[in-house]
Design a protein around this ligand. Structure first.
Ligand SMILES: Cc1ncc(COP(=O)(O)O)c(C=O)c1O
Length: 321
């Protein structure tokens, strides 16, 4: 008999959100009149606005016409979307990102799950606690977690950064050497954001301690305050220490359409086992070209429209409903 990847035996139960959905369904069947506030997976609740639907129809026509049809696209994503992302999400905020630093995909969940592949097997991982489960589970699968401690409800080799009412849901800097720090802002599940000064503290820490921040900003579109950065790259020097994940899921109601992107700056340096300096950007590009073809023309054209709207999406929803 063949043997399994033994790291999988360290996973606890099922994926958190599947477990919550299963229990919710069971509870609803047993209590059909109960009003439920679900703390499970945060899905969107509106249909797509008309502008987006029209863009999708147009993309179908483009695919139907032999003259404009496109099959396999560039693995990193089509330039027309990457340019729209750079113009609207970064250049508009004074951030200089180049086309070869943006990688389009079918979702942040996949990118966040896959990114750990480009890091060393013995990298020490720090996560906020509570945390979006993908950060932990993918590192368990990769063998970085150590044993699960049932008493503490934590993995032995993962560094947990407490976020509760006692510290205003804002984590302290790690108290020991770590290599990878997953930060999620605005945070799922606490809803907390970090001010510019607080993010500067993390960037300075990462620089001083030679670690990388994996910055999940899936919920950046909800930020209203002026002093809360939308992107970690609003902080000077962050391109040397941070990878950023962005998703269209919550921004544009794309949980069913699927589109996201990850920024891996060319300033982010790595070392191989012999001490040679490499770029994480090259590694991620290599991985992306080998293992993805997931963003479709339909999603890409539609996402381009999202980025180029003159009327913000939330106002379009209001107009359509
Ligand atoms: C914190 C966080 N990051 C990433 C994702 C995944 O986003 P996507 O739909 O792009 O896979 C979610 C989805 O709920 C999330 O809550």
């Amino acid at each position: 008999m063949t043997r399994i990847n033994n790291n999988y035996t360290q996973l606890q139960g099922s994926y958190l959100f599947s477990e919550i959905a299963k229990r919710r369904t069971k509870f609803m069947q047993e209590n059909p009149n109960a009003e439920i506030i679900s703390l499970g997976i945060g899905d969107v609740t509106r249909g797509l606005p008309n502008t987006i639907v029209q863009a999708m129809h147009k993309a179908v026509d483009e695919l139907a016409n032999p003259a404009t049809f496109r099959g396999y696209g560039p693995e990193q994503g089509y330039d027309f979307l990457i340019n729209a992302i750079i113009e609207n999400d970064y250049k508009a905020r004074g951030i200089d990102i180049t086309t070869n630093e943006v990688f389009v995909s079918d979702g942040s969940k996949c990118d966040i799950g896959n990114i750990q592949e480009i890091f060393s097997q013995d990298a020490i991982v720090a996560v906020q606690d509570p945390v979006y489960p993908v950060y932990v589970d993918t590192n368990v699968m990769a063998g970085r977690s150590g044993q699960f401690n049932k008493e503490k409800n934590q993995y032995e080799n993962i560094v947990y950064l407490k976020c509760d009412a006692s510290n205003n849901f804002t984590p302290n800097l790690p108290d020991r050497k770590v290599d990878l720090i997953y930060l999620c802002y605005p945070n799922n599940p606490t809803g907390m954001t970090l001010s510019k000064e607080e993010i500067i503290r993390w960037v300075d820490y990462a620089k001083a301690n030679d670690c990388i921040i994996l910055y999940d900003s899936a919920y950046e579109a909800f930020i209203q305050e002026k002093d809360v950065p939308r992107s970690i790259y609003e902080i000077e020097g962050a391109k040397e220490v941070a990878i950023e994940f962005r998703s269209f899921s919550k921004t544009a109601g794309f949980t069913g359409v699927r589109c996201a992107y990850t920024v891996v700056p060319r300033d982010l340096k790595a070392k191989d086992a012999n001490g040679n300096v490499l770029l994480y950007n090259d590694l991620w590009n290599r991985r992306h070209t080998v293992q993805t073809n997931l963003h479709t023309m339909l999603c890409t054209r539609t996402s381009q429209t999202v980025k180029c709207l003159s009327v913000p999406l939330h106002l379009q929803w209001r107009r359509d409903c």
